[in-house]
Design a protein around this ligand. Sequence first.
Ligand code: NAD
Length: 476
Amino acid sequence: MTVTATTPALNYEQLLAAIVAPTGGIEIRDPATGAVVGSAPFHSVADLQAAVTAARTAQPAWGALSHAQRGEALVHAADAVDANAEALAELLSREQGKPLNGPNARFEVGACATWLRTTAAFPIEPEVLVEDDGGRAELHYRPLGVVGAIGPWNWPMMISVWQLAPALRMGNTVVLKPSEYTPLSVLALAQVINSAMPADVLHVVSGGRDVGEALSSHPDIDKVMFTGSTATGKAIIRSSADTVKRLTLELGGNDAGIVLPDVDPQAIAEDLFWGAFINTGQTCAALKRLYVHDDVYGEVCAALVQVAENMPMGVGLDEQNVLGPLQNKAQYDIVSNLVRAAKDSGATVLIGGEPDAHQQGFFYPTTLIADIDNSNPLVAEEQFGPALPIVRYTEIEEAIEMANALDVGLGASVWSSDPDAARQVAARLEAGTVWINKHGAVDPRVPFGGAKQSGYGLEFGVEGLKQLGAPQIISF
Ligand code: NAD
């Protein structure tokens, strides 16, 4: 098996032509305009079977390459992503809705290349566990075999890379099942990455939830990497039980942020805003409920409104926009119903809260809601959209209790000008990651994963790589 480097640069039309269904397929529409983006192939469980068989056949030769050779292939894949970045970003923007600019489409494509390169470079050496007169024990990691990857619609390209890059690096072959809302983005990404990969090492099966179910119960799939809702994660645990599959589950969250009384509201407002509104709030580890001390409550609310007023929302391909539509009608309805319930409860709308009934596309205005009770559904449920509830507190114990009260724990944040005070609060929060004076910042070198029902397993870093290997002890 050889690894070749080709980085063909395609324009948008060429890229789209390479992936759309020749006939039939499912029409994918731009959530901002309703315009048809293209027809995605709609693969069946039989197509999945063929992909798994091909990936299984290709795995031994891929797994026999050295880490250096597979790393080289990932670097070539990163080069190919860079060479095609503008076409990929345009397709992502049209299909997912996210703007080209801001922490959105171009940012996501750039992150794909960064994650491929960084994942290629981690050293992973056998670990000597014991070495004494009694003998020697070493810990090695072998490939698992074929990894199934199931992804969501919010960051379709970046999350696919989070799944496929460590899987490939560790000598596995991969079958990806994208969300039925954003298949074209993942097909295009795989088309580009495959220009740097041997045949059959990476497959995409673009089907519905029946394909996801078949993947997670398939006897020839050795591990499932899943990113999506907690409900689907539970279904995957059940359907993978009979074949005792390894699982990495990155599930839903409802991240709390706690603002201590010593902050400078003006200084933190923009970072708070993007912590909550990155990708128009459609981000697993976004700030979804904000707890602000009474002393600074009014000032923090006012500073956030000021930032929100200056962040343009609109069609993704318009270069000035940094916020976009909800990706689909179902998500629009979730956000809309939660905000309505908050308003009905008597909470104060600081900005937004009234979608324009005549506007085309699934646009929900940037919404900040104050004077809201902690038990309100907008606080207690994951909104996954541009509506942030801001809860007032007076005692830090009360804020920590409210932050920890839910059964999910993906991320959390503490905001303070006193790092020691912030760290003390951080240590008491039940979340996989706690950020201080920022929220949601992920790094390919730093492991990421959820606590409680936000899932289990880690991604990124050497820890993430190890989760894509079968540990083996050699003892003599
Ligand atoms: P979803 O669970 O509805 O769908 C995710 C994927 O699962 C899709 O590809 C879907 O086809 C597939 N699927 C559906 N039913 C299945 C089944 N029974 N078996 C196997 N596969 C099945 O999630 P979504 O709405 O696309 O994504 C939004 C959710 O994802 C939010 O809750 C968000 O917090 C979460 N998320 C988590 C992370 C993280 O890293 N923890 C990252 C992004 C999104």
